[in-house]
Design a protein. Structure first.
Length: 450
């Protein structure tokens, strides 16, 4: 029996279970995605020492190098997702970002590592538009927030594994094998081995990606049945709904600015300020990220669904505002506390709100108001804005504030708190402005469905 026939047979025999099987596969792939993306945050100290670079430069590797290419590739990749097989696009992306992660382990200078992270960004650009579009075709609107939340579990799990496993790995390699000699490559440092060990196994995930059955596109508007909309159509649609999309994009971008920046610098803050070792803080933050991150994602989806169930169609937006408040409380207090115990309590709770609503509640809200054949492209715009602001400015702004405002490495906690005090109140205000037009957009979308 052919692979496609097997997939069709499985979906017929398990019509209710199969969509969740697809989500499960996507969770595993997303976990690998964020494992590769997050590992850099744990090796900042040894990487800086070997490459002799500043906080600003290391933040450019973690932020700008990835985000610029990710955003430039996002729009054309999103259009491909609207026109072509989404599962094939994901498989290509898995292969590319895994290889590029491994190549990061072969670099020995700032610019070569910068270039490898750019290639990594191209691979990762395939995941968001393809996955969002796939999940939205497997689940009806009322179940979509919960499905998106389950899918987003891959983010805290991947981040947590990167911190816990990466901390142990860098400690073990530094202690047991500070210099490893590989055939055809030569001597590699422990932080380089981390990239190789993390990246290469990801290639195996191409197989489950190709096992996903491409679903029939659901919820097509009347005008969509005649073909996919052009880029011009997408721009005109966004322009005609600028209040809701502008509010959602900008509110999410500001929240992501702080979330991604804090995720990048918090491990280093705990090492510098409270004298944790890389292994210790990796294990603590890894466990907290998995436990509280998973709880935060599931709670965001559950709250959004409950709000919708009780007639609050702007529920996903409302949850996003609550999560920004939580980010402020945990992030700012945790980074300003002088007590190590107080700091670790608030920092440990931060993953409940960090990178949990933006990949679950935000995309659910987006899919609820977006025509089917525009979902890939508009999801790419969503990611573009979030990543170009959060990815480029999050880590970099905090690194630059440390270098050029406070002028000392130990002030990284003050930098994190200062950025949060500016970006998060703005996020709450902008999301609030979009609540009313969001409700109207859902009503308009209901009327336009065939």
């Amino acid at each position: 029996m052919s692979q496609n026939a097997s997939e069709r047979g499985m979906s017929v025999r398990f019509p209710r279970l199969y969509p969740w099987i697809v989500v499960g596969i996507l969770v595993v792939i997303l976990t690998s995605n964020y494992l590769d993306r997050t590992i850099l945050a744990l090796i900042i100290q040894p990487l800086r020492a070997d490459l002799k670079i500043s906080d600003t430069e290391v933040s450019l590797i973690g932020g700008l190098a990835f985000s610029v290419v990710y955003t430039l590739a996002g729009i054309p990749v999103g259009r491909i997702a609207d026109l072509w097989s989404r599962r094939n696009l994901i498989a290509i992306g898995v292969c590319l970002w895994s290889l590029m992660t491994a190549i990061c382990g072969l670099t020995s200078s700032f610019w070569s590592l910068f270039a490898a992270r750019m290639g990594f960004g191209i691979g990762e650009a395939t995941m968001t538009p393809s996955s969002y579009s796939l999940v939205s075709d497997y689940f009806p609107r009322e179940r979509l927030p919960r499905a998106m939340s389950v899918y987003a579990l891959g983010i805290p799990i991947g981040q947590g594994l990167a911190l816990a496993f990466g901390g142990w790995l860098i400690h073990t390699l530094t202690t047991v094998a500070p210099n490893v000699s590989l055939p055809f490559i030569g001597s590699v440092r422990p932080w380089q081995m981390v990239f190789l060990v993390i990246g290469l196994p990801g290639l195996l995930l191409v197989v489950p990606a190709l096992a996903i059955r491409e679903p029939v596109r659901q919820g097509l508007r009347r005008e969509d049945v005649h073909g996919a909309p052009t880029i011009g159509d997408v721009i005109r649609f966004l322009s005609s709904h600028i209040r809701i999309y502008g509010s959602l994009f900008c509110g999410v971008a500001l929240q992501t600015w702080f979330s991604l920046g804090a995720a990048y610098w918090v491990p280093t803050f705990m090492v510098r300020k409270h004298n944790y070792s890389i292994q210790e803080i990796g294990l603590v933050l890894g466990i907290c990220t998995v436990i509280f991150g998973v709880a935060g994602v599931l709670t965001a989806g559950w709250l959004s669904a409950k709000f919708i169930q009780y007639g609050r169609r702007d529920g996903p937006i409302l949850v996003g505002m609550y999560y920004s408040v939580g980010l402020m409380a945990c992030g700012i207090v945790g980074c300003l506390a002088t007590s190590s115990l107080v700091s670790i309590v608030f920092i440990g709770a931060l993953p409940f709100f960090q990178n949990t609503w933006t990949p679950s509640g935000g995309p659910a809200a987006l899919q609820m108001i977006t025509p089917n054949r525009m979902r890939g492209q508009i999801s790419a715009v969503y990611s573009l804005v979030a990543v170009i602001v959060g990815g480029s400015l999050g880590a970099t702004s905090m690194g630059m504030v440390t270098d050029y405002v406070f002028h000392r490495d130990s002030a990284v906690g003050l930098s994190i708190a200062l950025v949060g005090a500016i970006t998060l109140p703005l996020s709450i205000l902008i999301l609030h402005v979009g609540r009313k037009p969001f409700r109207r957009a859902i009503e308009d979308e209901d009327q336009s469905r065939s």
